[in-house]
Design a protein around this ligand. Structure first.
Ligand code: PGA
Length: 257
């Protein structure tokens, strides 16, 4: 972790919890929170956003797992930026691997959604990362580059200030397999160099690049000790308040240590 960048730690609940469990989780995380140093966001399922928003405390940011790329209108089943703003959402995930590879979202749709997030004054956490077969074929950096160039198409350097990039190797998500700190660092350094080239060294230097894929309290410290790893996006381990808080503490620890 580079101390010039504020770490970002996100809790992606995916399609988990019921209302009662979600409220208990946000209460427990809020009760543990200490001031400052780390940006912390939770991404509950859509139906619980308002309820969670009313209970949230300790400076935790409210996030959404998805967005539709048009304004309100005839888009049955979708959720607009206006609705998310109304619920107090501050941050939105785009390009998560489950949306790309399970739901079938294209690079182009991810780009439209990311632009919509930024035009609406929200922060985008744009997720990228390679499949196992792409990794084995030595294509990790090429896949990341393709997804970043497509995902950020038409986004200005000014808007980039409200983008966090989440490098999430697909083979590590929900599998218990984590990238080694060295592998994560290599991928993150290549991503930062790409942003420096696409925009400017200042933009690349300021960009927060977080890691996701089976991060837990026991491996968060070594991952976030890497120069270019600026936090984490956590699924499974973030459904337990103590484990999620352990990862927040690891992020804080990486700032001083
Ligand atoms: P995981 O999920 O921590 O359960 O691997 C991470 C993610 O999908 O963001």
């Amino acid at each position: 972790m580079n101390t010039q960048r504020t770490p970002f730690v996100g809790s992606n609940w995916k399609m988990n919890t019921n209302a009662q469990e979600g409220f208990a989780l946000i209460d427990a995380i809020g009760g543990l929170m200490q001031d400052g140093g780390v940006d912390v966001a939770v991404f509950p399922p859509f139906p619980y956003l308002m309820g969670i928003g009313e209970r949230i405390k300790g400076g935790i940011l409210l996030g959404a797992q998805d967005i539709w790329h048009n304004g309100n209108g005839a888009f049955t089943g979708e959720v607009s930026a206006e609705m998310l703003n109304d619920c107090g959402v501050n941050t939105v995930l785009t390009g998560h691997s489950e949306r790309r590879h399970v739901i079938g979202e294209s690079d182009e749709l991810v780009n439209l959604k990311t632009k919509r997030v930024l035009e609406s004054g929200l922060t985008a956490v744009l997720c990228i990362g390679e499949l196992l077969e792409e990794r084995e074929a030595g294509e990790t950096d090429a896949v990341n580059e393709r997804q970043i160039r497509a995902g950020l198409a038409g986004i200005s350097e000014e808007q980039l200030g409200k983008v966090v990039l989440a490098y999430e190797p697909v083979w590590a998500i929900g599998t218990g397999k984590t990238a080694t700190p060295e592998d994560a660092q290599n991928a993150h350094a290549a991503i930062r160099a790409l942003i420096c080239g696409m925009y400017s060294p200042a933009a690349g230097g300021a960009m927060r690049i977080i890691y996701g894929g089976s991060m837990k309290p026991s491996n968060a410290g070594e991952l976030m000790a890497m120069t270019d790893v600026d936090g984490g996006l956590i699924g499974g381990a973030s459904l337990k308040a103590d484990d999620f808080y352990g990862i927040i503490e690891a992020a804080r620890g990486s700032l001083v240590g």
